[in-house]
Design a binder for this molecule. Structure first.
Ligand code: PEP
Length: 256
């Protein structure tokens, strides 16, 4: 029996302005009473412009919900127009920051080196990086998915100490399952999450590997979450579309 507390993280992507964000968090507060937080951590990952508003609702109502950001700069300050520092996110009370989401790897050409630099920046500021990895459809169909994910994992964590790796969350998100409605089977999720844990034991140590939370992401909803999160090495979910529906997000969090 795992001692890892499941984590459900709702990635809103580029959806909801700050007023809509307030409304969603208020609905979530009703739908997900405090008692659920004994067994699951739940976080929302809004756009940068919503974070201050989300913080105000969560702090004001003393909610157990946490929040984070979808990205950060690898730099701490300076002439990086349009970038957001981890220092700013920490100051706003963020707990988590997503790094290396497949949409950033694809649309913004983020390499493992960039993801590693962002992971280090998150750790420097006391944020928990949710480090995303995941294969495309061609790799999955060719049967190369485990090797591909482990290479991405190792590249994205290269040179980190076991202590630093212990402060991360890993999210396995097959690209073909993100926003497509085509969810990986629970066996598929378990296969890669178990391989990730094995690789963490190799690059850090067995205790670290046993403590790091490994999430699955890709078309998770209230119907499929129980099966997926029920697997030994799957410690929660990174949820996109369903996190924009407060009742469904609360239901799937309660199931996890
Ligand atoms: C995501 O954006 O990380 C994600 C998993 O999206 P969806 O749940 O919509 O597939």
């Amino acid at each position: 029996m795992s001692t890892r507390k499941p984590l459900i993280a709702g990635n809103w992507k580029m959806n909801l302005n700050h007023l809509e964000a307030i409304a969603l968090v208020q609905k979530l507060a009703f739908a997900l009473p405090a008692k659920y937080f004994d067994k699951v951590d739940v976080t929302v990952i809004p756009p940068f412009t919503d974070i201050r508003s989300v913080q105000t609702v969560i702090d004001g109502d003393k909610l157990l919900l946490t929040y984070g950001a979808q990205d950060l700069s690898e730099h701490d300050s300076g002439a990086y127009t349009g970038e957001i520092s981890g220092a700013f996110l920490a100051k706003l009370g963020c707990t988590y920051v997503v790094v290396g989401h497949s949409e950033r790897r694809t649309l913004h050409a983020e390499t493992d080196e960039v993801v590693l630099a962002k992971t280090k920046a998150a750790l420097r500021h006391g944020l928990t990086p949710i480090v995303c990895i995941g294969e495309g459809l061609e790799i999955r169909e060719a049967g190369g998915h485990v090797d591909y994910n482990i290479a991405q994992l190792k590249g994205s964590l290269a040179g980190l100490t076991a202590e630093e790796i212990g402060k991360t969350v890993i999210a396995y998100e097959p690209v073909w399952a993100i926003g497509t409605g085509r969810v990986a089977s629970a066996d598929d999720a378990q296969e890669v999450c178990a391989a990730v844990r094995g690789a963490l034991a190799e690059i850090a140590d067995a205790d670290t590997a046993a403590s790091v939370r490994v999430l699955y992401g890709g078309s998770v909803n209230a119907k499929n979450v129980g099966d997926i999160v029920g697997r030994t090495d799957v410690d929660g979910a990174l949820v996109g579309g369903a996190s924009l529906k407060p009742d469904e997000f609360a239901t799937l969090s309660a199931i996890a």
